[in-house]
Design a protein around this ligand. Structure first.
Ligand SMILES: Cc1cc2nc3c(=O)[nH]c(=O)nc-3n(C[C@H](O)[C@H](O)[C@H](O)COP(=O)(O)OP(=O)(O)OC[C@H]3O[C@@H](n4cnc5c(N)ncnc54)[C@H](O)[C@@H]3O)c2cc1C
Length: 611
């Protein structure tokens, strides 16, 4: 069994990595613990949301799969924050979890150049003389060789789940942990640590009294995530909202000593922004209620997901507090809430290409790098797959900047700063978020995907047509006057939108609503965008100053000991990246800048033959 690439794990990262590799013509094998769990939505049956929706559209623009999967499986769609600024608007869809799972499995099975194989990887094979990956060893003793490996183990590496006093080895309720690989990686010198996340109970729909809850309907018009579709027709189910109350909090407080989180059983850190219900009760003692979203998990199932109520309390306590919530008084629990703790690898051991600095040809993506979330995993998997393929071709890696994509922000944050708690994407992590709108993901990224071979000619033609039409509408608005102002000047007014303008200029109605949406946002926020463009210029200047990989920090006087240590460990590839490392001071940057310009001048004079 000899491959160009092995992908370990068929979660959201592994699916994108293996499809990208195979679509780029690389002979690939996707090895995963269970073929039936390919693309399983472990937690919330939903894709997208703030910043995450933008990532899904970025994955699509780059030739990935996630947008297609959710477009064909959604059962509710909403654009979040429609009344707020464009930088924070984002699509979110509720998924039928079985359809999503089935389609994910189909997509990898039907892909040419891709083998899918059920087994568990327990060790990596490394050529000790070159420190390069040569293959993997599996639980059943299979030795499979390959020139590159993408590691995406999710919550399974040495996974352990907790439901009160019940603790067992598992990666997800009902599924075994992947044992062996974590200790093997520790032995090989990888920095391995523990993280934790949790999921709420699933309750039976027919036992819920929805009349006591607020209904949350989806948008009337469902919008596809993928740029490949112009419209979408799917069933549109409702979600519901209810609240915890003083009685709920009292039950939780009274039983806190039975939570493994508080008894010290769980050592891994949990997601700060997605706390368990017991965490919320402790951290916000003044709040007399917390919101719970009651969300369907699919069309053909009774299971409802209690979003906002993840927990590791014992099952009897879960039942007590669930029954104290309006509408859930008679709720029948079908699966309990639980927490999972697992091994992850320090992502500062990676280059921005997601290749390991310790073992050449080994790429790491998804939850293994300390992130949490399907979208965060998917975009890393895609980039790891692309860059493994490019490595096989001897090509330079594709590295997205912070100004170009949330995917770029996420990877830069991980490899530059690392993470000590599950990393989740937020709009606030992106300094240039006005440039990272979900509607412009194709303009930002499809040309890259076309260049590397992951997008076809049709995608570029569609993109060119879109850009042309946007320009046409903008020109029209600049040239036509309504009263004493141009139409575009009028659009800058808060109380005027493109629909108002269309009453005077009916010809703009002939354009696609997607074009109109983008033109409206571009014009309305042009002042902010121009200001941001100036910041982007400054950022790009710093990103253009490359630090040679062999740069010797030990030879520099004047650097603080902390900066020296961090530069040597992280090995930033640009001056910009060096400046983003935590603990690096302005004075360190000034010294580094002088040394880099000296070494550049020295190199230039050497090249010119003047020593
Ligand atoms: C209990 C729980 C709670 C969660 N809560 C949240 C949340 O609140 N918010 C949120 O955004 N996300 C949450 N998630 C996380 C979300 O499920 C993950 O972020 C996402 O699935 C990560 O994708 P991934 O591809 O990295 O890994 P996963 O989806 O976990 O997939 C990993 C795959 O790799 C396979 N595998 C692992 N090791 C091996 C091996 N050695 N050999 C072969 N196959 C292997 C596994 O069987 C699995 O199929 C939660 C997950 C769980 C389990």
């Amino acid at each position: 069994m000899d491959y160009d690439a092995i992908v370990i794990g068929a979660g959201h990262a592994g699916i994108e990595a293996s499809l990208a590799l195979a679509r780029l013509g690389k002979k690939t094998i996707l090895i995963t613990q269970s073929l039936d769990a390919i693309g399983r939505l472990s937690c919330n049956p939903a894709i997208g949301g703030l910043a995450k929706g933008n990532i899904v559209r970025e994955i699509d623009a780059l030739g990935g799969e996630m947008a297609h999967l959710i477009d064909k499986s959604m059962i509710q769609f909403r654009v979040l924050n429609l009344r707020r600024g464009p930088a924070v608007q984002a699509p979110r869809a509720q998924a039928d979890k079985f359809t999503y799972n089935r389609l994910a499995k189909e997509s990898v099975e039907h892909q040419s150049s891709l083998n899918v194989f059920q087994d568990t990887v327990v060790d990596l094979m490394i050529d000790e003389s070159t420190k390069h990956i040569v293959g993997v060893v599996t639980e059943r003793g299979n030795k499979i060789s390959a020139k590159t490996v993408v590691l995406t183990t999710g919550t399974f590496m040495e996974g352990k789940i907790f439901i009160g006093e019940y603790v067992t080895s598992s990666g997800r309720l009902g599924e075994p942990a992947a044992l062996g690989l974590g200790p093997a990686l520790r032995k090989k010198g990888f920095r391995v640590d523990r993280l934790k996340t949790g999921t709420p109970a699933r309750v039976r729909g027919s036992s819920i009294d929805f009349s006591k809850m607020e209904m949350q309907a989806g948008d009337e018009v469902m919008m596809p995530f993928s740029f490949d579709y112009s419209e979408i027709q799917r069933p549109n189910l409702s979600c519901y909202i209810t609240f915890t109350n003083e009685k709920t909090h009292e039950v939780i407080r009274r039983n806190m000593h039975r939570s493994p989180l508080y008894s010290g059983e769980i050592v891994g850190k949990g997601p700060r922004y997605c706390p368990s219900i017991e965490d919320k009760v402790v951290r916000f003692p003044d709040k007399d209620r917390h919101q719970i979203f009651v969300e369907p998990e699919g069309i053909g199932t009774e299971e409802y997901y209690l979003n906002g109520a993840s927990s590791s309390l014992p099952e009897d306590v879960q039942l007590d507090y669930i029954h104290s919530i309006p509408g859930l008084e008679e709720a029948v629990v079908m699966r309990p809430a639980y927490a999972v703790e697992y091994d992850y690898l320090d992502p500062t051991h990676l280059y921005p290409s997601l290749e390991s600095k310790i073992v050449g040809g080994l790429f790491i993506a998804g939850q293994t790098n300390g992130t949490s979330g399907y979208e965060e995993a998917g975009c890393q998997g895609l980039m790891a797959g692309i860059n493994a393929a490019r490595k096989l071709e001897g090509e330079k890696p594709l590295i997205l900047g912070r100004t170009e994509a949330y995917t770029g922000v996420l990877i830069d944050d991980l490899v530059t700063k690392g993470t000590k708690e599950p990393y989740r994407m937020f709009t606030s992590r992106a300094e240039y978020r006005l440039n990272l709108r979900h509607d412009s993901a194709d303009q930002r990224l499809t040309p890259y995907a076309y260049e590397i071979g992951l997008q076809k000619e049709e995608a570029m033609q569609r993109l060119n047509k879109k850009v042309e039409q946007i320009d046409m509408v903008k020109t029209l608005l600049q040239n036509r006057r309504i009263g004493n102002k141009t139409a575009s000047a009028l659009l800058l007014q808060n109380d005027i939108n493109l629909d108002d303008i269309a009453k005077e200029l009916p010809e703009i109605k002939t354009f696609d609503p997607v074009i109109m949406y983008q033109v409206e946002l571009d014009i309305k926020y042009s002042g902010y965008i121009q200001r941001q463009d100036k910041q982007v210029e400054r950022y790009l200047k710093m990103e253009k100053i490359i630090i040679p990989p062999t740069f010797n920090y030990d030879e520099i006087d004047g650097l603080s000991a902390e900066a020296k240590e961090k530069f040597k460990d992280i090995r930033p590839i640009t001056l910009g990246q060096a400046g983003r490392i935590s603990g690096v001071r302005n004075s360190d940057m000034a010294v580094l800048m002088v040394m880099l310009s000296k070494s550049r001048k020295h190199k230039e004079s050497d090249e010119n033959g003047q020593s």
